[in-house]
Ligand binder design. Structure first.
Ligand code: AMP
Length: 226
């Protein structure tokens, strides 16, 4: 199944995607994570996108679409099932993705929209910590590490993301409302959007996503086999 996760920064897209990946054998593709890997490697692309990311702005569409295309199209020209986390974020990105999928004879099965209000997002992201080694995400309020500053899984150092300061989070939220929210209509017109309440705990959101996907498979049993 080819799925898109839509929702503001901090809505829980990464957590949901990781679970869907395990359940449905889809590849979890996070454009934010791909870009952060380029920053860590200090690659030419990393140097090009650093200033956008640190300011909480979107990377230009053309660079982002190229990154995604290189990641999802296999050497034999096929496209494996995926759950996209953080892409598309603009109408031109969505159009480019549609064209790419059409060229390869495939399409999106559904768009999962994670709904949560802005103040909850600001609260969540100000408490978010990420393991510098394995990428595991913690939250000081809802899912703290056992030992302060240390990853439970790999003992790596926990850090705050540079773009999780309140001012940058508000900037990213403004970008979400103006540039990404129009995608709800773009996909909604094709009946693809499954709206899920993501204002509660990660476990509750995960359960809500499970119900939405089970409903979808009831309506479209062909998707369970694809
Ligand atoms: P995320 O981890 O999804 O919150 O992404 C972190 C940052 O990476 C964003 O604030 C953008 O600077 C950049 N980024 C990730 N995905 C995209 C995208 N689809 N379009 C443009 N910029 C992106």
């Amino acid at each position: 199944m080819k799925l898109i996760l839509l929702g503001p920064p901090g809505a829980g897209k990464g957590t949901v995607a990781a679970n869907v990946e395990v359940l449905g054998r889809c590849h979890h593709i996070s454009t934010g994570e791909l870009f952060r890997q380029h920053l860590r490697d200090n690659s030419p692309l990393g140097r090009e996108v650093r200033s956008y990311m640190e300011a909480g702005e979107l990377v230009p569409d053309e660079l982002t679409v190229r990154l995604v295309e290189a990641r999802i199209v296999q050497e034999d020209g096929s496209i494996e099932d995926f759950v996209l986390d953080g892409f598309p974020r603009t109408i031109p990105q969505a159009e480019a993705l549609d064209e790419l999928l059409e060229r390869h004879g495939t399409e999106i099965a559904a768009v999962i929209l994670l709904e949560v209000d802005d103040e909850e997002i600001v609260k969540r992201l100000s408490g978010r910590l990420v393991c510098a080694d394995c990428g595991q995400v913690y939250n000081l309020e809802s899912s703290p590490p056992k030992q302060a500053g240390v990853c439970d899984s790999c003992s790596g150092e926990l850090r705050r993301r540079a773009d999780d300061s309140e001012a940058t989070v508000r900037q990213r939220l403004a970008g979400y409302h103006s540039q990404t929210e129009p995608l709800i209509d773009y996909y909604g017109r094709r009946g693809l959007v499954l709206t899920v309440d993501s204002s509660g705990s990660p476990a509750r959101t995960q359960a809500n996503v499970g119900v939405a996907l089970a409903d979808l498979i009831d309506r479209r049993p062909d998707l369970a086999r694809s």
